[in-house]
Design a binder for this molecule. Structure first.
Ligand SMILES: [Zn+2]
Ligand SMILES: [Zn+2]
Length: 146
């Protein structure tokens, strides 16, 4: 498969995953799946949360997609790769940087600080209803300025 085409599939998958996770977060996590997601909105003392199960689901899906196309690197392989990369980016920014699961990642980058600010706005509300800022990577320009 054409290299440029493969890269485009990976990049569009990453963008699509951000849109999909916005949708899932807003309409499923803060909807019928709240019983699992609420662990992420309460202060917890354990390292793992019920919410982490979602990451496992996506990891399984991406591994499956890469596995079925492993011999000839078809489009499913690159969709799987895009989901994996999105998962990694999500983990590094959301879990490592914003929620400080490991206290080792600090940054003064204005984009990263804006992402953190937006996500803190989401977490200010500990309940299911009236949430704000469900996405992660696309941040409001206003937050970038200061
Ligand atoms: Zn939430
Ligand atoms: Zn969070």
């Amino acid at each position: 498969m054409n290299v440029i085409f493969s890269i485009l599939i990976v990049l569009s998958t990453i963008i699509a995953m951000e849109c999909l996770s916005w949708f899932i977060h807003k309409f499923l996590f803060h909807g019928p799946l709240w019983f699992m997601h609420q662990s992420h909105h309460k202060k917890s003392h354990s390292f793992l949360e019920w919410n982490d199960l979602f990451a496992l689901l996506f990891a399984a899906l991406s591994l499956y997609l890469m596995y079925v196309d492993r011999k000839y690197f078809g489009y499913r392989f690159f969709i799987g790769l895009g989901i994996t990369l999105y998962g990694l980016i999500y983990f590094i920014i959301h879990d490592w940087f914003v929620h400080r699961r490991f206290k080792t990642f600090k940054s003064n980058n204005s984009y990263l600080k804006a992402v953190r600010k937006a996500h803190k706005i989401h977490h200010k509300n500990q309940g299911k209803e009236q949430g704000k800022a469900f996405g992660l990577l696309f941040v409001n320009r206003k937050l970038l300025k200061n």
